[in-house]
Structure formats: structure tokens, C-alpha cells
Design a binder for this molecule. Structure first.
Ligand code: SPV
Ligand code: MG
Length: 292
């Protein structure tokens, strides 16, 4: 059986554009897998939103770990954790990597900002960047901590988000690459892909480059292929779709005070059972429980 770490490494290193779909709990992770996606982005935004808190490290790293364990148990495709800034310094990062490996998480992405982080789309230019050397130490500590040689460490560059521009982004990318990162995630909050395309043009294929087209979503996917990006992450659409569906359904039931109209628009309870794997338990009961 191919390890999840190896699967993620193969996605990162493959010659074609690959996709990671966001998930934020066991249920959404399972849906993402059965839809056909080859990997999952465990989004900090979505996990914290699902927990009812802000994307500011309000959920502790061990609480995130608990969520990840459910996601990993529910799936066989690799999960890349959005590890924010690593939940502390190099020491926290290496302990994180150890715990992620124990729970079957295939890789972690850490971003070069400071703890506690703020989401990149909230006043990005006001956000301080991490010291380059300090961040390189985190990358090295992560790589030294991993026991599985295929565990993936992605270094996320926030230079564009913070308004520093291309030369700063390239300087950081080279430093993080030298420190041992398996790939670079270049993030941008523009509604056009200009920053990430300029970066890729200069960076070439020194190492795989990952993107998150949340804001420049109108860009045709073929452009990402033409520029030879490694992975595009659809980072929060499952969470947002769930919010839309939950808001619509609760509003209708609240207003109508009955279930007559909603019933046909939501999945039957049998679909919930199917997604939970109820059939497997029924078969196991036949095998393991005394039969009369
Ligand atoms: C996330 O999904 O939590 C991310 C991507 O880090 S973004 O929200 O675009 O910063
Ligand atoms: Mg995040």
C-alpha cells in the first residue's frame, strides 16, 4: 500500500497540475475523497470556522490535531495541513511534525508570519512577516523531525500579502528552498493572478510551486497549467458551501415551522448513514456478534 506521505509527494512532484480540495472535519474529508480528489487541504480558516472560532490560532494546535485525526481516519487520500505559522517557534514545529506523522497526516504547510496569525485576507498589508533566518530554522527543524522520508513540508510566502513585492518573495523562496522545503506556496490577495504569475516566471522550476486561487478565481485553470504550477488548492469552498446550505435550511425551517418543504431538498438520513459507513458495521456485527 502506498503511504499517504508518498501519495502527497507524488502529487507535488508530478508533471501535471494537481488539485487539493479543502475539508474541515471527517464528514467533509470523506465527501472530498469520494468526489474524486486526490488530496485534501486541511484549511486553518475552515477548521477554525467549523469550530466556531476565528482564524487567529484561537483553536489550539492540539484541538486542530483532534480534528485532523477524524479527517485522516475517514479517508485514504493524503492530507496537507495548513499549519499556520507553526504554532510557535522551531521547537513547536518539530513536535507538530512528530504528532502529524503519528496521525497519518502527509504534510504540513507553514507560513512566514508571526504567531498568532491573522488570515491573509484580513488587512494583509498590516501583517508583519517572519524573520527569514528564524523561519528557515523552522523549516530545517521540521525536516529533521520527520521520520517518514516522504513527509512533505511546504513553505508559504506571504510577501505579496504583506505588500513587499516580487524581489522579497523571490529572496524568501530561495532561502526556504535552501533550508529544505519540498515546495513553495506563493499566496496573493489580488483579484488577478499577476503576482503569482510573475513569481513563477522568475522562479522557474527550482522546486514545485503551490497556489491558492481564492481571490483570482476567474483565472482559467489552463493558465495555471501553462505556467507549470504544481498544485492548486481550492481552499475554502466546501466550508462556504456548507454555510450557504445551513443558512438556507435553518432559515426555511425557522420560517415555515414544519419540515414539509425542506425534506426534498436535503439528503435523506440514509445518506448520512452511508457516509458514516453504517453498512460496514452491519457486516461486522454478523461476523463478530453471536448469531442466534
Ligand atoms: C486557509 O485555507 O486557511 C488558508 C488559505 O490559509 S487563505 O485563507 O487564503 O489564507
Ligand atoms: Mg490558513
Amino acid at each position: 500500500m502506498i503511504r499517504k506521505t508518498t501519495k502527497l509527494r507524488q502529487l507535488l512532484d508530478s508533471q501535471q497540475l494537481e488539485f487539493l480540495m479543502e475539508a474541515h472535519n471527517g464528514l467533509s474529508a470523506r465527501i472530498v475523497e469520494e468526489t474524486g480528489f486526490k488530496g485534501i487541504w486541511a484549511s486553518g480558516l475552515s477548521i477554525s470556522a467549523a469550530l466556531g472560532v476565528r482564524d487567529n490560532n484561537e483553536a489550539s494546535w492540539t484541538q486542530v490535531l483532534e480534528v485532523l485525526e477524524f479527517m485522516s481516519d475517514a479517508t485514504s487520500i493524503p492530507i496537507l495541513l495548513d499549519g499556520d505559522t507553526g504554532y510557535g517557534n522551531f521547537n513547536n514545529v518539530r513536535r507538530l511534525v512528530k504528532k502529524l506523522e503519528q496521525r497519518g497526516i502527509a504534510g504540513v504547510c507553514i507560513e512566514d508570519k508571526v504567531f498568532p496569525k491573522t488570515n491573509s485576507f484580513i488587512n494583509g498589508t498590516a501583517q508583519p512577516l517572519a524573520d527569514i533566518d528564524e523561519f528557515c530554522g523552522k523549516i530545517k527543524a521540521a525536516k529533521d523531525a520527520q521520520l517518514d522520508e516522504d513527509f512533505v513540508v511546504i513553505a508559504r510566502i506571504e510577501a505579496f500579502i504583506a505588500g513587499w513585492g516580487l524581489s522579497e518573495a523571490l529572496k524568501r523562496a530561495e532561502a526556504y528552498h535552501q533550508a529544505g522545503a519540498n515546495g513553495i506556496l506563493i499566496h496573493s490577495s489580488l483579484r488577478v493572478p499577476d503576482e503569482i504569475l510573475a513569481f513563477k516566471q522568475e522562479w522557474g522550476n527550482r522546486c514545485p510551486v503551490v497556489i491558492v486561487p481564492t481571490k483570482y478565481y476567474t483565472t482559467p485553470t489552463q493558465v495555471f497549467r501553462d505556467y507549470q504550477f504544481s498544485i492548486a488548492i481550492w481552499a475554502n469552498q466546501v466550508c462556504r458551501a456548507a454555510i450557504t446550505a445551513m443558512q438556507q435550511a435553518t432559515k426555511r425551517i425557522f420560517t415555515e415551522e414544519n419540515l414539509l418543504n425542506i425534506e426534498e431538498d436535503i439528503v435523506p438520513v440514509s445518506e448520512v448513514f452511508r457516509l458514516q459507513g453504517a453498512l460496514e458495521l452491519q457486516a461486522a456485527e454478523k461476523r463478530y456478534l453471536p448469531q442466534n
